[in-house]
Design a protein around this ligand. Structure first.
Ligand code: ATP
Length: 524
């Protein structure tokens, strides 16, 4: 029996000034179906879901629900019409309680006369969080939750309103292994209840496993629908990018040997969520860090960058501080600032971010919007901020040098923006991620802490990023690669350290024998 169409778009179009983000798209989402939406970064996926969920006004064209015209005024209006969405970016608000975040914009539901019945709100928030298995004190500030837990709050919020259409925009890459399993279960349950799901992800194997049908977009245009029985990885990829993808995805060698020269080290480190961590990163090594949520792997990245205070132990970097203006003037620049760490160099204790940056340690945070990017600043300013030292020619940073540097990053990472002066807030999620990656890659940081660097990035650019990481390794850069994606860890690392309950539990060396199943055993 044919499934019933719940939502249909007809010539749906969105323009942001001169940018045509979505161009006359026709698509359908049916009840009892999980529909995947796929396309390269900036192809219009989030803009379509934002129009459906009332976040963006439609420029032209129409949306129909149950064959009736639907023009949502805002997300609350969409929610009343049984459409809920989890956005790709952070959808929680700092300094409010967890309960207030669950009922964001709908506090009125607990209002009696002029008072908000907080007790009732807390009880309902607790109930909502049970659906996502999050057991926390809802009276506490949302700031006490980590990135993944915040995502779970958003999922709880969306589900509380019992949506007929549940839109999940690139959320799974923000979640750990258990988080993904949970959201897959939720999507399948909704499907079995004859609800509809619109699922956006760059993980093609995940989409092919979960979805019943797929719609491919390219440059804001509808390209093709695939039904489950037509799913073919290569064909889908080809439709997405409009050409055949070439080259290996991950590195193809199995040589995990390194120079043995330690450049970065954690010695008996304990901090909030971390217990007695010892690790050494070698010159020219990619050291992968994996684990489940709560394993402490994201905290480890912050600790190594001097962003979390230690309760015991020390983080050491074997390098030289960036030379001062006068040192440069005395032409000591090349000698002191090569970033070539010598084994004899005295290690420097890394206690804060300033020391990290001065010693050429770069950090891409998992939470790019809050911790890596300045959303209101331009693409150029975001890209050049951490490279000012590189661009500094005896105290002078020329506009020309800045522009050239920014353009190099834009070209090499295929950053889709209308110009380098566009504000970062206006970019698509994957393009923001490219900037957060590019700003550190380009600035000559010899040690890179990369937490989920390919989150939300499309398959073509992912391949480029992996090639770049491998090239950097071969040039002697050292990379701490923190990732929820086990395939990424296996595919790129020389060594992998697995974490559980704040401690390192196992080490693997690069080998053909290492597979996901083996790693998972030591994570759970
Ligand atoms: N507020 C805005 N102002 C200007 N341009 C915008 C705005 N929001 C999105 N765009 C542009 O619209 C286009 C489509 O963006 P959209 O976020 O829909 O892409 P996407 O397919 O979801 O990408 P990703 O996979 O990176 O999340 C991009 O070129 C983007 O820069």
């Amino acid at each position: 029996m044919d499934k019933e169409v719940f939502l249909e778009t007809v010539n749906l179009t969105k323009k942001f000034d001169e940018v045509l983000a979505v161009d006359k798209v026709n698509m359908q989402v049916k009840l009892g179906e999980i529909k995947g939406l796929i396309g390269e970064n900036g192809s219009g996926k989030s803009t379509i879901s934002a129009m459906i969920s009332g976040l963006h006004r439609i420029t032209s064209g129409d949306i129909y629900i149950n064959k009736k015209k639907y023009t949502p005024k805002n997300p609350l209006d969409a929610r009343e019409k049984k459409i809920s969405m989890i956005v790709q970016e952070t959808g929680t608000i700092n300094n409010l309680s967890i309960a207030e975040n669950v009922f964001l914009g709908d506090e009125v539901r607990f209002k009696k006369n002029t008072f908000v019945n907080r007790k009732k709100m807390m009880v309902e928030a607790k109930k909502a969080l049970e659906a996502v298995e999050l057991d926390v004190d809802v009276t506490k500030s949302i700031n006490t939750l980590n990135f993944e837990q915040r995502k779970l709050v958003e999922i709880a919020r969306a589900l509380y309103y019992n949506p007929t259409l549940f839109i999940v925009d690139e959320t799974t890459t923000a979640l750990s292994h258990e988080g993904r399993v949970l959201i897959h279960r939720i999507m399948r349950r909704l499907k079995s209840e004859n609800k509809a799901v619109l699922f956006i992800s760059h993980d093609l194997s995940e989409l092919m496993e979960i979805c019943d049908s797929l719609t491919v977009l390219r440059d804001g245009n509808f390209i093709r629908d695939f039904e489950k029985e037509q799913f073919d990885e290569n064909e889908i990829k080809q439709e997405m990018v409009g050409r055949e993808l070439e080259g290996d995805f991950y590195r193809s060698d199995y040589d995990g040997t390194s120079t043995g020269q330690v450049v970065f080290q954690a010695k008996n480190v304990s901090a909030q969520g971390l217990k007695n961590i010892n690790l050494e990163l070698h010159k020219g090594e990619i050291l992968g860090i994996g684990g489940l949520s709560g394993s402490g792997m994201h905290e480890l990245g912050k600790v190594m960058y001097g962003n979390i205070r230690l309760s015991a132990g020390e983080v050491l970097v074997y390098g030289h501080e960036t030379p001062s203006f006068f040192q440069k003037l005395w032409k000591q620049k090349d000698k002191q600032n090569t970033g070539n760490m010598s084994p004899e160099a005295k290690p420097i204790r890394l206690t804060n971010i300033k020391t990290a940056i001065a010693n050429k340690v770069g950090y891409v945070s998992k939470d790019r919007d809050q911790e890596t990017l300045i959303l209101e600043a331009s693409v150029k300013d975001n890209l050049t901020l951490s490279a000012l030292d590189k661009l500094d020619s005896y105290g002078l940073i020329t506009q020309k040098a800045e522009k050239r540097f920014a353009q190099e990053q834009i070209d090499s990472l295929l950053i889709k923006c209308s110009s380098m002066n566009q504000t970062v807030r206006e970019l698509s999620g994957g393009n923001k991620q490219k900037i957060s990656f590019g700003k550190w890659i380009g600035n000559d940081s010899k040690i890179l802490i990369l937490d989920s660097p390919t989150r939300g990035v499309d398959v073509g650019v992912k391949t480029k990023m992996y090639q770049l990481l491998y090239d950097l390794k071969q040039q002697g850069y050292s990379i701490l690669l923190i990732s929820e994606e086990l395939q990424e860890l296996i595919g790129m690392s020389d060594r992998i350290l697995l974490m559980k309950d704040g401690a390192i539990t196992k080490e693997f060396h690069r080998s053909e024998k290492v597979d996901e199943k083996t790693l998972i055993q030591y994570m759970i």
